[in-house]
Design a binder for this molecule. Structure first.
Ligand SMILES: *[C@@H]1O[C@H](CO)[C@@H](O)[C@H](O)[C@H]1NC(C)=O
Ligand SMILES: *[C@@H]1O[C@H](CO)[C@@H](O)[C@H](O)[C@H]1NC(C)=O
Ligand SMILES: *[C@@H]1O[C@H](CO)[C@@H](O)[C@H](O)[C@H]1NC(C)=O
Length: 363
């Protein structure tokens, strides 16, 4: 499980332009990059958890109610943000989850996203099995080896992998399903929020360097959203008269404020690497004049862990909601997140590149 985009999307104003934009993208032929590899948690999981023993899976109704076929394991009513980024990059088919990807498909990229997974191994364990970021990198190493075998020219494969886009969306569960779950985890008693953020960033730094060492050069790293504004955390902790749980948002801000300088360090350390920071706080701040959708989930019946009750009836007007369940954005919110990370609207949204610029960098 994981997270959140924070408050109030400027949804309604952006939709019309976005639809036009999508039509243009979908009709173009070649993707802008040869492949797209996706690392992350339930915000991007598209079925990796389906065969794991865990509560953190979404391959049941009403998840996928707006998906072309059936519930796939995506933690939303339709497409997730990684699906949209793939579309914006010009891919005309979905990037497959790791267990499903055939040899033909892996050369276009793989989705390793796993609900409940974190930067730390133990994050999310209370819900069952999950593929932590370190394990996702192990899977990626096997995929890189398979691509080398298929392409039969290591020089060629190395150059090929450099031109691909890699997105990493991790850390929400290190807060939701670790630090702010004090009955199951001791981290909040051992570390101050600042110490914990430092610990996470130190581990994340090693993981992002491993990704570089596996051939990645164009890497977009997503900051965390305002987890304290998710319906689940608000119901769990209360807000003391504020709109959101401030202690959680403050802890998350410490993480984001350390992640940005990490991205700068990586860009300095690796001359031929392009890392960029995606600022979800900025992306989820409403544009002036935008209508604020309600901060309640579309699924009115939630399980104790914040997911929709199986076979419950979701809200009919899903385009007017930010949250599908207690943590996860609706398709329409995912589309806004993806479109502003692909093409920034405010100069704060991405730094130093948005994903469309990352795609164009010549290697
Ligand atoms: C992945 O494979 C499983 C088992 O063969 C299948 O049930 C599932 O629909 C596949 N998922 C996707 C996204 O193709
Ligand atoms: C291997 O790939 C490189 C880079 O594309 C190319 O220059 C070289 O000719 C290829 N080698 C063979 C044996 O095809
Ligand atoms: C993200 O954007 C917000 C403005 O919406 C800004 O206050 C914050 O400093 C930015 N975060 C980082 C790490 O750059």
């Amino acid at each position: 499980m994981a997270s959140n985009l924070g408050l109030l999307f400027p949804l309604l104003l952006q939709l019309a332009t976005l639809m036009q934009f999508l039509t243009v993208i979908v009709t173009s032929q070649q993707p802008q990059v040869p492949c797209f590899f996706i690392f992350g948690d339930s915000l991007v999981d598209n079925g990796n958890n389906n065969r794991l023993v865990t509560q953190a899976k979404a391959n049941y109704s009403p998840y996928g109610v707006d998906f072309p076929q059936i519930p796939t394991g995506r933690f939303t009513n339709g497409l997730n943000s990684a699906d949209y980024i793939a579309q914006f990059l010009g891919f005309t088919t979905f990037i497959q989850p790791y267990p499903n990807a055939t040899n033909e498909e892996i050369v276009r990229g793989v989705n390793y996203g796993s609900g409940a997974a974190g930067i730390l191994e133990e994050s999310g364990s209370r819900l069952g099995d999950r593929i932590s970021l370190s394990q996702q990198l192990v899977r990626h190493a096997t995929i890189v080896a398979r691509i080398k075998l298929l392409q039969r020219n290591i020089t060629f494969t190395n150059e090929y992998l450099k031109r691909c886009i890699y997105t990493v969306n991790m850390g929400s569960n290190d807060y939701i399903n670790n630090y702010f779950m004090p009955n199951d985890y001791t981290s909040s008693r051992i570390y101050t929020p600042d110490q914990y953020a430092t610990l996470l960033i130190r581990r994340y730094s090693l993981q992002l360097r491993t990704l570089y060492n596996l051939g990645a050069r164009k890497i977009a790293v997503f900051g965390l959203g305002l987890i304290g504004c998710t319906p689940y955390e608000i119901a769990m902790f209360g807000t003391n008269g504020q709109p959101c749980v401030e202690s959680i948002n403050n802890a998350v801000k410490l993480f984001n404020d350390k992640l940005k300088p990490l991205i700068d360090d990586l860009n300095n350390d690796f001359i031929d690497g392009s890392f960029t920071y995606i600022n979800i706080t900025s992306i989820s701040t409403p544009q002036e004049g935008a209508v604020a959708p309600p901060n309640v989930p579309c699924c009115s019946q939630l399980r104790p862990d914040g997911q929709c009750v199986p076979n419950s009836t979701p809200c009919p007007n899903r385009d007017l909601f930010i949250w599908f369940d207690g943590f996860h954005p609706t398709e329409v919110a995912n589309r806004v997140l993806a479109s502003r990370s692909y093409k920034e609207v405010s100069p704060m949204d991405t730094d130093p590149y948005d994903i469309s610029q990352l795609a164009q960098i010549s290697i």
